[in-house]
Design a binder for this molecule. Structure first.
Ligand code: GAL
Length: 373
C-alpha cells in the first residue's frame, strides 16, 4: 500500500474520531446528554425582567433547549431589581446548580455570587449582557453590540435621506434636528450601542447635517436607567418643552431599544405630532408592538436579534461545559470586563424596516403574520 494513502486514511480516521468526540458533547434531542456526575444536572438561568417580550422568549428557549438535553432548569426573572437577582443567583448556588447562565441587570453587582460559584466549581455564562469586574465569567454569548449601534445610526441616516439604501451618501445635507437616547448605564451593552452609533453620526453632527437641538450628546446625559420606557417618555417630553416649541420640529430620534421608542412616540403624539408625520425613530429587539408600529409607518426601524440563535448557543455552551468539551467562540478581543477578556460567541444583528420585515421576521418563522396584526 502506498504510504501516502496510509497517511490520508489515518488522517481521515482522525477527523472522524474528533468529529464524533465533538458531536458527543453536543448531545441529541433524546434527553441523554450529560456525562458522569453532570447527567441531569441543574442549570440556573437568571433573566432580568418580564416587562420586555424578548427576555421571556430568551428564557423559554434556553429552558426548553436545556430540558431537551436532559438537564433540570431553574429559570428566574428579577423584575429589574438588583437585590432580587443577587438573591436568585445565591439560591441557585445553594440548590446545587452546576452552571449559571446570567443576563444581568447591573453588570457589576454580582461579584460575591460569582466568587461563590467559582469556589463551588460552577461555570458562568454571561447571556447577552457582559458581567463586569470579576474573573469568574467563563464565557459570553451576545450579538455584535457595537455593530448594533452602527446599524441604528445608519438606519437613522437612511430614514432621513442622508444615506441611500446601499449606505451611500445622497448629498442631502439637512439640517435635521435630532435627539439621542442611550440605554441603561449599568448595562455594558448600552455603551457599545452608543459608541457604535456616535462613531457613525459624529461626522454628520460635525458638518451640521444633523443638529442635536438640546445639545445633549454625552452618554450620561442621554442614558436611560433600567431601559425604562416611562423615563424615555419623560425625557422626550422635557426635550420638546425646552427645545422644540414655536414650530421647530424633531426630525429624527436615535433610540436604542423598542421599549424606549414606544415611550418616545407617546411623548411626540401627546405633543401634537401626527402619527403619519413622526420623526425617523430607530429601535432594537423587533418586539411585536414595535414591528406593528413600523408596519403602521410610525417607528422607522428596529434591530432584529434572533433570540433563538442566542438561546441555542447558551445551551450548547452549557452542555459543552457539563460534558467536558471546550465551547466554541468566535471573538476573543472585544469584551474586556475590566479584569479579563471574556471568550465570546458573537452573532450578527439585522436592520428591519417596513421594506424587509416580512422576509426577515415572518419568513424566518420568528413571527407569524397573525402575530403582527
Ligand atoms: C440590552 C439588550 C437589548 C435590549 C435591552 C433592553 O442589554 O442587548 O437587546 O433588550 O437590553 O432590554
Amino acid at each position: 500500500m502506498n504510504i501516502k494513502k496510509v497517511l490520508l486514511g489515518a488522517a481521515a480516521l482522525g477527523v472522524a474520531v474528533s468529529l464524533a468526540a465533538c458531536s458527543g458533547g453536543r448531545g441529541g434531542t433524546g434527553g441523554d446528554s450529560g456525562s458522569g456526575d453532570n447527567k441531569g444536572a441543574l442549570v440556573g438561568v437568571a433573566m432580568p425582567t418580564k416587562t420586555s417580550e424578548r427576555w421571556i422568549k430568551d428564557g423559554d428557549a434556553v429552558k426548553s433547549g436545556l430540558e431537551k438535553l436532559g438537564y433540570k432548569v431553574d429559570l428566574e426573572y428579577a423584575d429589574d431589581k438588583i437585590p432580587q437577582q443577587v438573591q436568585q443567583i445565591s439560591n441557585m448556588l445553594t440548590k446545587g446548580a452546576k452552571i449559571l447562565i446570567v443576563a444581568s441587570i447591573d453588570g457589576t453587582a454580582l461579584s460575591d455570587q460569582l466568587d461563590q460559584a467559582a469556589e463551588q466549581g460552577v461555570k458562568v455564562i454571561a447571556y447577552d449582557r457582559l458581567i463586569n469586574g470579576n474573573k469568574n465569567v467563563d464565557y459570553y454569548t451576545t450579538f455584535d453590540n457595537y455593530k448594533v449601534g452602527v446599524d441604528q445610526a445608519t438606519s437613522l441616516l437612511t430614514g432621513l435621506g442622508v444615506l441611500d439604501a446601499d449606505g451611500k451618501e445622497t448629498g442631502e445635507k439637512g439640517p435635521f434636528n435630532v435627539e439621542l437616547f442611550a440605554g441603561s448605564p449599568d448595562d455594558n451593552n448600552a455603551t457599545f450601542f452608543y459608541n457604535g452609533a456616535m462613531d457613525t453620526l459624529k461626522k454628520y453632527i460635525d458638518d451640521g447635517t444633523l443638529v442635536v437641538g438640546s445639545g445633549q450628546t454625552g452618554f450620561t446625559q442621554v442614558a436611560t436607567l433600567r431601559w425604562d420606557p416611562a423615563t424615555a417618555q419623560k425625557r422626550m417630553q422635557d426635550l420638546i418643552a425646552s427645545t422644540y416649541s414655536g414650530g421647530k420640529k424633531v426630525d429624527g430620534v436615535l433610540s436604542p431599544y423598542d421599549g424606549l421608542s414606544i415611550g418616545i412616540i407617546s411623548a411626540l403624539t401627546s405633543a401634537g405630532y401626527a402619527t403619519d408625520a413622526l420623526p425617523i425613530i430607530t429601535g432594537q429587539d423587533a418586539e411585536a408592538a414595535s414591528v406593528k408600529s413600523i408596519i403602521a409607518g410610525q417607528q422607522y426601524s428596529t434591530i432584529y436579534k434572533d433570540t433563538r440563535q442566542l438561546a441555542d448557543e447558551a445551551v450548547k455552551m452549557a452542555d459543552d461545559l457539563l460534558t467536558g468539551t471546550k465551547p466554541e467562540v468566535n471573538d476573543t478581543k472585544s469584551y474586556d470586563n475590566k479584569v479579563k477578556v471574556v471568550p465570546t460567541f458573537l452573532f450578527q444583528p439585522t436592520v428591519v424596516t417596513k421594506d424587509n420585515y416580512k422576509k426577515v421576521l415572518v419568513d424566518s418563522g420568528y413571527y407569524t403574520e397573525a402575530d403582527l396584526k
